[in-house]
Ligand binder design. Structure first.
Ligand code: G6P
Length: 607
């Protein structure tokens, strides 16, 4: 989603801004732009589409100056064209904005009344217009921003540059994250540490409601009541090296192939190889006393939570309520005294999940988060955090973040069951052994890449695809369908195999491939029966099961993927990989933009 960079220093700003924007590309965007100050005059360059288009514009007409702001825009209000691209500006001020100004219509009407004329369809444009109005009324830039911030409703991060002010950059944060980077005689603004990593490792994050005044020598922070405050400068762990694709054609494929490694890295935080046991860090709440667990997340992270519901209810016997954050945050769910709420997020910044976290906090819940991006907003607002060690995930379609989330959740389920006394030592040993084998088994699954590439040729012709699974394989069916939709633009649905008869079976004919996720577990026979019901109606089944399962369905499936024989407990982690690879190869075959699919954003920071 929208990304912000800002620079004030000695070097030419434009190349640094464009580089920073490239590092934010992974968030998803559809136009980009920069503004610099050249001899006190605002210079603005913008372009629809990819950053390469912006680079061409900047090459054709340089934007000079050692101070500037840049932006990647993911359209919310107004189509993604050059006019709507950021920075938005008047002759006095240029602004980049991430988020939504909810009262923009009201502010726009007020400004039009006062004689200011908007040129774009965006909500963002009211910000430079309002600042200009206060400047025109005789206020200085800092005061004009302070008053403007008071007028804005909604969620935002802002970067603001003023004509004639060569040593002044202002940032503000409400709802959307913003980081300040510290250099020698240089200062930076960025949506995340990733954008700033090659420039500096010294980062301070704005707290909710903060705004910050930057000059070349440093930063002055103000809180939401405009009181001057100190914000801690920390050393970011984010690598400064540009994250490459290695030998792979796409980030997504590289990230799929990293899974054995990053699952192992994640596991090593919880698994003790000497005792072969799982342990959790010390929590500020007692797992034994938890009456009920609420899990909230979005997208792929939600499906990870759904798998965890099966694990936690089966092994720890704790009731789990789970919802997508966009629903949960507004439905005023009652939450039990002493309850634990668990938030799962790759980015730690998803606006709905963060809002749901704050709601749960207001209901007296203990807050536990599972995040991949260290120092994220969710991490900072939680009572406790468990990290996935997936490393930076650049492909918009989540892969390694998902399987590392599952890894953490599997460990958490074991620890909770142990604390609750609902599993005996034998069961605990079995589960721990199963999870310890996952990295090696994942590597085995990657050997099926070639088979999946062939199967993809068949699936690529389809208009609709069904994914079926039961129990903990049901969320994997939904995740498989989501992956296919996201990157190949083929309509796909994940369904509980047992629900087929209640509707989707009507869709089945030879043009609809049916991907069946069927590890050998207590549900296998039932899933096999549901599969036969589909075959009997002309369905073309692609069966993902272990040797035993594949043999059983040999006469019915048009293609099979032979998965390793594993404990059913860890099957959801392993069966994620073939559905990822299938979606990937279908997308490559169709020639879509695998890493940055149309309309999607990596980190959704608006609701
Ligand atoms: C977007 C991304 C998905 C991700 C979801 C939740 O839709 O494209 O890949 O699963 O947001 O993001 P989070 O960072 O909270 O896991």
């Amino acid at each position: 989603m929208c990304g912000i960079v800002g620079f004030i220093g000695k070097a030419e700003a434009a190349p640094l801004l464009v580089e920073g924007l490239k590092r934010l590309e992974y968030r998803g965007y559809d136009s980009a732009g920069i503004a610099t100050l050249s001899n006190g005059v605002l210079e603005r360059r913008r372009a629809e589409g990819k950053i390469v288009n912006l680079e061409k514009v900047v090459q054709a007409s340089a934007a000079n100056g050692t101070i500037g702001i840049g932006h990647t825009r993911w359209a919310t209000h107004g189509i993604p064209n050059e006019t709507n691209a950021h920075p938005h500006a008047t002759d006095k001020v240029a602004v980049v904005h991430n988020g939504i100004i909810e009262n923009f219509q009201e502010l726009r009407a007020e400004l039009i009344e006062k004689g200011y004329t908007p040129y774009s369809e965006t909500d963002s444009e009211v910000v430079p217009m309002m600042i200009t109005r206060y400047l025109d009324e005789g206020m200085g830039p800092i005061e004009a921003v302070r008053l403007t911030l008071k007028r804005l409703e909604g969620a935002f991060a802002l970067g603001i540059l003023f004509a004639g002010e060569e040593d002044l950059l202002i940032g503000a944060r409400r709802g959307s994250p913003l980081a300040v980077g510290f250099g020698a005689g240089e200062m930076y603004l960025g949506s995340d540490a990733m954008a700033l990593a090659p420039l500096t490792k010294q980062i301070a994050y704005l707290d909710e409601g903060d705004w910050v005044v930057l000059n070349r020598e440093g930063a002055t922070f103000y809180d939401q009541d405009d009181q001057q405050v100190e914000r801690e400068v920390t050393e970011t762990a984010m690598s400064g090296a540009l994250i490459g694709k290695g030998e792979h054609r796409h980030y997504m494929l590289k990230e799929i192939y990293e899974q054995p490694q990053v699952i192992g890295d994640t596991l090593s935080s919880f698994f003790n190889p000497t005792t072969q046991t799982i342990s959790m860090p010390d929590f500020p709440f007692d797992l034994k006393e938890i009456p009920r667990l609420t899990i909230v997340a979005c997208g792929t992270s939600f499906y990870a939570g759904l798998v965890a519901k099966y694990w936690i209810e089966q092994y720890a016997r704790v009731g789990v309520e789970i919802d997508v954050a966009s629903e949960f945050r507004y439905r005023e769910a009652p939450m039990p005294d002493g309850g634990l709420a668990l938030f799962i997020s790759q980015s730690g910044e998803t606006a709905d999940t963060l809002a749901a976290l704050r709601y749960a906090k207001s209901q007296g819940q203990s807050i536990l988060s599972i995040v991949n991006v260290p120092e994220s907003s969710m991490e900072r607002e939680s009572d406790a955090v468990l990290h996935t060690h997936a490393g930076p995930e650049i492909g918009v379609a989540s892969t390694k973040a998902f399987t590392t989330q599952l890894t953490v959740l599997a460990c958490f389920a074991i620890a909770l069951a142990k604390a609750k006394g609902t599993i005996d030592e034998e069961c605990e040993a079995r589960l721990c052994k199963a999870i310890a084998e996952v990295p090696a088994r994942c590597a085995d699954v990657l050997n099926h890449d070639g088979t999946l590439r062939e199967i993809a040729l068949k699936v690529a012709e389809a208009r609709d695809v069904l994914y079926l699974g039961r129990g903990a394989s049901f969320p994997i069916a939904m995740e498989g369908a989501l992956k296919l939709k996201e990157i190949s633009y083929i309509h796909a649905e994940g369904y509980a195999a047992g629900e087929m008869k209640h509707g989707p079976i009507a869709l089945i004919d030879e043009s609809v491939p049916i991907i069946v996720i069927a590890p050998t577990d207590s549900n296998f026979e039932k899933t096999a029966s549901n599969t036969q019901e589909s075959v009997a109606r002309g369905g073309r089944v692609i069966f993902m099961a272990d040797e035993h399962g594949v043999q059983k369905m040999a006469d019915h499936a048009v293609a099979s993927v032979v998965m390793p024989q594993v404990d059913p407990f860890v099957a959801p982690i392993l069966y994620s990989i073939p559905v990822q690879l299938l979606a990937y190869h279908v997308a490559v075959h169709k020639g879509t933009d695998v890493d940055q699919p149309r309309n999607l954003a990596k980190s959704v920071t608006v609701e």
